[in-house]
Design a protein around this ligand. Sequence first.
Ligand code: NAP
Length: 273
Amino acid sequence: MSTERQVVLITGCSSGIGRALALAFHEHGCLVYASARKPETLSELCARGIRTLKLDVTRGEDIAAAVALIQTQHQAIDILINNAGIPVMGPVAELPLDELRQQWETNLTAPMALIQAALPAMIARRRGRIVNIGSVSGILTTPFAGPYCASKAALHAMNEALRMELKPFGIEVLLVQPGAIESGFGASAHTQTGGHAWRLYAAYAQGIAKRAGASQEHATPTTVFAQQLLRAVLAPHPQATIRIGAGSRLLPLLARLPQALRDAILLRRFGLR
Ligand code: NAP
């Protein structure tokens, strides 16, 4: 990458991975714009000298304003990290369609909207890196996480297309597939799934809760994850697909087992036997 101070925009910095990445890139010397839909959650990052922005990734006007502000000051974003994401978990048969739509908007449409907004200025300079935070859940689909797994699998597919389409313009597109990483993700999943009184699946509440909490089992500390990702993103020749964190290498292997065996393992794990 260029030796100039890199301008980095990160979404979803109120907690977890986004917050840790903002700190890691800032401490490394990058000029970080940490964003969140609730700006008050960024006061600690702001106090450390990190620039902060209000950015709800599902609001087009927020995206336009954030990108315009950065481009006014620095011409273009050097590194865009699409991190914001939500869990929508539970049995597919009973999940309200509004939640499925919100899942899709946040985890898939929003990163594409940010990329479209940031790209013209990146292309004008013929340089830039786009980093999409996918998930091992986009490779291994489990019961009780259909919408979340689908959103990440779709993000992976978009990432693949973009990586090839942006080659002629000199823009690099990196896909991160984290394993289990310490963050607020498990608590959000418990809150979201706990808000439902399952009818068909009332007897499977334990399995649903287990899936909601799976991201926090034996999880890799967020700071460790952030340091490893920082190195991977700033590498002179970065890998296109980056796997970091507990289970990030094992779970893709599980996904390649014969279907009957894989189903048996997952049915048992999530109480469907
Ligand atoms: P987290 O602590 O729950 O962080 C999620 C972040 O996304 C929060 O800052 C949240 O903000 C933000 N967000 C949600 N909707 C938003 C919106 N509409 N606009 C702006 N920000 C929004 O969980 P995390 O683990 O750090 O998650 C970060 C990313 O990593 C997600 O894409 C997740 O899918 C992915 N991931 C996590 C794991 C893991 O094990 N933790 C594994 C694989 C992938 P609020 O505080 O406002 O809700």
